[in-house]
Structure formats: structure tokens, C-alpha cells
Design a protein around this ligand. Structure first.
Ligand code: MRU
Length: 379
């Protein structure tokens, strides 16, 4: 049983069992890391807000902490927040396991709703919550104990499936990358954004593993610098050279002929192939279009949302203005300035060359190719 401490409601435990915030190795030492992990009665995740300066793990038995971690982007990236929410629901089930079945179901469903409300754009979150709710509501189960066991098993299945989907995305996507390519990515769609390996980064990792000689570029990704902090770190951990550039330098790198392919992840893909991804993806796609550079999107099938006709229906999260007025806790803008801080944008499908999923590489018209046979669409 994990030792517990109540630090503002959070449980922290060091590797040696002492109660405090857990800390991994120094950065750049190749420390083996798991983005998120189920520990039997607790969840441990990397606090990504602290990377790459410190590798710090957060460990908790409380689903409310998981919700907070998702909100604060301690765990982030569409597939990873789906996994985190599923594990959070499993924690809620453990917390309420002594209740009778009806009360138990009500409490766990309310925890699920709370977790689902943390971030609106990535559909993986709602997708994972819906899977867990289906298990919770299965009329065939006898008692709360049985539901708890099945909910834990479902959360672990979501985790394991995500690892497998990432590998398959890498295999399919690597075929799009050629020797000599300069590949640019935006934000972080790597192992930190998934259970393991990644989506857009899986494509690049797999191409490198196949021996292709490529040059990798990453946008810093304002305002929260996921590219500079997380993606650059992930490439370094794997010993892959990466060139970091300001978001606004991407078009110039294309004009010089350095960038020959763009690969990004996605938070939600609508039926017509419109893609929601980190803010700055749309201008990148426009620049790629102008320079004739192929623009690829890599995502697991859990990121597809065939219930939405187009990207116009995708809810876009707007975050606190301090993320723009301040950089790493230091105020850079004058007091009183108004801020517009959308966390995501929509790239119209006409700018997307192909979408890579665990099932293969798909091209427009996406409703026919990618969504056929799903969401009630004809097979
Ligand atoms: O706000 P974030 O860091 O959660 O945004 C993440 C992204 O936009 C990723 O590109 C996307 O989730 C794909 S992750 C495989």
C-alpha cells in the first residue's frame, strides 16, 4: 500500500517510500520514463510542466488530482489525457467501492463527468470516459467489487491499446518519409502525449529506426513551449538531432528548402477531415501549402470524431491570459493588456495532404476514406 501525505489534497511519494514529491533523474541522462502509469491503487504521471528542467513524478490516489493535472497540463496531449481520465475513473471506483451498487454508480459517474469537463477540444478524453461509463453501466454485473475490477481492466486496456496504436501509426507513417527529408513538427505529439511513442513523433521515430537519414525541426510552440520543452527533450532522449525554431521562423525554413515535410498530431478530426491541433498548426499548414510542402497529420482512431461534420463544430479551449502575458512565470506584457489565448486551431482539410492513423494512410475525401463504416456512415 502506498504511503500517503495530504499536501493540498495530493499524495506524493518518493521512490524510497518517503512522502514527498517524487523526483526522477537529471535531464539528459536517458532516465527511463513512463508518461503515466497505473500502480494498482494509485496513478503516477510525469509533471510535464517541469520538463525539461526537472523530471518530477506526481503520484495520487485521488481522481480530483488527476482532473487538476489535466487542467494544468501536467499531463497533456490528446491520447494521454484520455488514458489519464480512464485511470482517474478507476481511482474513483476504488474510492467508492464500499458503497452499494446504485450509489456507487452515481458517485463514479459524477467523477467521470468531472474528469470529462477538464478540457474540451481533444475528443480522446470524452471517448475514454464514454468507454469507462459503458462498463460502469453494464447491467450484467453483480456488485460494486466486480465493477471496480472491470473498470481497472478497462483503463489498462485503453492504456495498452494506445501504446499499440502509436506503434502502428509509426509503421504506416514512416512510408511517407524519405531519405534526405527535413521534417518539421509542432507542439508535442510524442511519448509524452500518449501512453508511449507518440503519433507525429512516432512517424519520425519509425523513419529514423528504419535507417532513413532525415533532419528534424521543431517549432517552439508558443505560448506554453511544448515544442521547445518537451519535443526537443524527447528527441534528445532518443539521441536524435533536432533543430529548434520560433513558430514564426517555420515559413522561412520552408522557403530555404530545409523543410520538405510537416508532420503534426491532432486533438480531434471531423468527418470532412478538418483537424483541430495546437494553436499555430493552421498557419504552419498555410505556409506548407504556399511552399508545396506536404502536410501530414498523424493520430489514433480515438481522435476521429465522425459525429461532427466539420471543424467549425469542434469546441476550442481558451486558456488563461497569463499564459501569453507571462513566460515561465515572468511577466513580459504591460499591465492591463487584453489577451486572446486559444489553445487550438482548426486546419481545413484542403490543406492536409494525408492523415495517418493506426489503420493506414488516408487521403481526401476523408468522409469516404477515413470515416467509411464508422458513426453510422455506409461501409
Ligand atoms: O495543449 P496540449 O499540450 O495538450 O496540446 C497537445 C497537442 O495539440 C498535440 O499536438 C495533440 O494533442 C496530439 S498529441 C499525440
Amino acid at each position: 500500500m502506498a504511503s500517503r501525505a495530504d499536501l493540498a489534497g495530493l499524495t506524493w511519494r518518493a521512490e524510497d517510500g518517503a512522502v514527498r514529491r517524487t523526483r526522477g533523474g537529471d535531464m539528459g541522462t536517458g532516465t527511463s520514463t513512463k508518461t503515466i502509469e497505473w500502480l494498482g491503487d494509485a496513478v503516477r504521471l510525469i509533471d510535464q510542466t517541469q520538463l525539461p528542467r526537472k523530471l518530477v513524478y506526481k503520484e495520487t490516489h485521488d481522481y480530483r488530482d488527476i482532473a487538476e493535472s489535466i487542467r494544468r497540463l501536467e499531463v497533456r496531449g490528446a491520447p494521454a489525457i484520455g488514458v489519464a481520465a480512464a485511470m482517474g475513473i478507476a481511482l474513483a471506483a476504488l474510492e467508492h467501492q464500499a458503497l452499494g451498487l446504485s450509489r456507487f454508480r452515481t458517485e463514479v459517474a459524477s467523477a467521470a463527468e468531472f474528469l470529462d469537463s477538464t478540457r474540451p477540444t481533444a475528443v480522446n478524453l470524452g471517448w475514454a470516459v464514454a468507454r469507462m461509463l459503458e462498463v460502469l453501466r453494464d447491467p450484467a454485473v453483480g456488485d460494486s467489487g466486480e465493477v471496480v475490477r472491470r473498470l481497472i481492466a478497462e483503463a489498462l486496456a485503453i492504456y495498452e491499446e494506445d501504446r499499440e496504436l502509436s506503434r502502428r501509426i509509426g509503421e504506416h507513417g514512416a512510408s511517407l518519409i524519405d531519405d534526405g527529408d527535413g521534417v518539421l513538427t509542432h507542439c508535442n505529439a510524442g511519448g509524452l502525449a500518449t501512453a508511449e511513442y507518440g503519433t507525429a513523433l512516432a512517424v519520425i521515430f519509425a523513419a529514423v529506426e528504419q535507417g532513413k537519414k532525415i533532419r528534424v525541426f521543431v517549432d517552439e510552440t508558443r505560448p506554453l513551449l511544448q515544442g521547445a520543452r518537451l519535443t526537443a527533450w524527447e528527441f534528445q532522449q532518443k539521441g536524435i538531432d533536432v533543430t529548434l525554431l520560433c513558430d514564426s521562423a517555420a515559413a522561412s525554413a520552408m522557403a530555404r528548402g530545409w523543410v520538405t515535410k510537416v508532420v503534426v498530431g491532432a486533438d480531434r478530426i471531423a468527418r470532412n477531415g478538418d483537424v483541430a491541433n495546437k494553436i499555430g498548426t493552421f498557419p504552419l499548414a498555410l505556409a506548407a501549402w504556399e511552399h508545396g510542402v506536404p502536410f501530414y497529420v498523424a493520430a489514433p482512431s480515438s481522435t476521429l470524431d465522425g459525429s461532427l461534420e466539420s471543424g467549425a463544430q469542434i469546441p476550442i479551449e481558451e486558456r488563461d491570459g497569463s499564459e501569453v502575458t507571462d513566460i515561465q512565470g515572468v511577466r513580459v506584457a504591460p499591465p492591463g493588456v487584453s489577451v486572446y489565448n486559444p489553445a487550438f486551431d482548426i486546419t481545413p482539410s484542403r490543406l492536409v495532404t494525408a492523415i495517418v492513423t493506426d489503420a493506414g494512410v488516408f487521403r481526401a475525401p476523408y468522409e469516404e476514406t477515413l470515416f467509411r463504416g464508422r458513426w453510422g456512415l455506409e461501409a
